[in-house]
Design a protein around this ligand. Structure first.
Ligand SMILES: C[S@@+](CC[C@H](N)C(=O)[O-])C[C@H]1O[C@@H](n2cnc3c(N)ncnc32)[C@H](O)[C@@H]1O
Length: 205
């Protein structure tokens, strides 16, 4: 679901940029993702996340997807100033990612899964496009934050099929994403890193 104008102001604000930078440092500390990987950011907004990914992980390429073409234009403008890594911007739906299976070393989610009507499909798509051993970095928020009586009036989010911490963490586990110790969670939000377990199972004869 595309964000409305109050949320657009928040997403484009210096405070949001600062929060994302701090979260990028946390992701860096939590993961040993090797340089030279192929990274995807879903719901990239105006491109702050892509810049942080570039600084923190020195990838070979960044793919960034958003439903909102205006956000992608803003991200394209922000790309000026760091031309060392290709940034591939694409309009698309995180519930049906337009990428092949197992093609990314890492997927980043800076607060977009709660915007998906079918968030479980979004999680399944992340798992599908990650390579075995690939890393999922996420900041996600829960209804007590974005759907409290005040923000419910100001912001626009799907109202059905919502998730809190237990549902979100269970969906990661059921999809084959192992949450790493050290994640931070409150009743409002979660910040963490998960690794895609290999689908290969050992056969003993
Ligand atoms: C809360 S904003 C977060 C933007 C940016 N990641 C950040 O942290 O500032 C959510 C973003 O997800 C995008 N979005 C919403 N639904 C989407 C979908 N189904 N597929 C892809 N992007 C989506 C919105 O257009 C918006 O840019």
């Amino acid at each position: 679901m595309i964000v409305n104008w109050p949320e657009r102001i928040w997403v484009n604000s210096p405070v949001r940029r600062y929060v994302q930078q701090q979260e990028g440092r946390f992701f860096r500390r939590m993961s040993t993702l090797a340089p030279g990987g192929k990274c995807l950011e879903i719901g990239c907004g105006c491109g702050v996340g892509a810049k942080i990914i570039n600084q923190a992980f020195a990838p070979a390429a960044i793919h960034a997807l958003d439903l909102d073409v205006d956000m992608l234009y803003a991200a394209k403008k922000k790309k000026n100033g760091w031309n060392n890594v290709p940034l591939h911007l694409l309009a698309g739906d995180a519930q049906e990612l337009p990428y092949p299976d197992r093609c990314f070393d890492a997927v980043f989610n800076y607060g977009i899964i709660h915007h998906l009507e079918n968030w479980q499909k979004g999680v399944a798509e992340i798992v599908r496009v990650l390579k075995d051993g690939g890393v999922f970095f996420f900041e996600e928020i829960y209804p007590p934050l974005y759907a409290n009586p005040l923000f419910r009036r100001i912001l626009q989010h799907p109202r059905e099929n919502r998730f809190h911490g237990p549902e979100y963490r269970a969906a990661l586990a059921e999809s084959g994403l192992r949450l790493l110790d050290g994640y931070k969670e409150s009743r409002f939000a979660i910040l963490g890193v998960a690794v895609k377990e290999s689908e290969e199972c050992e056969v003993r004869m």
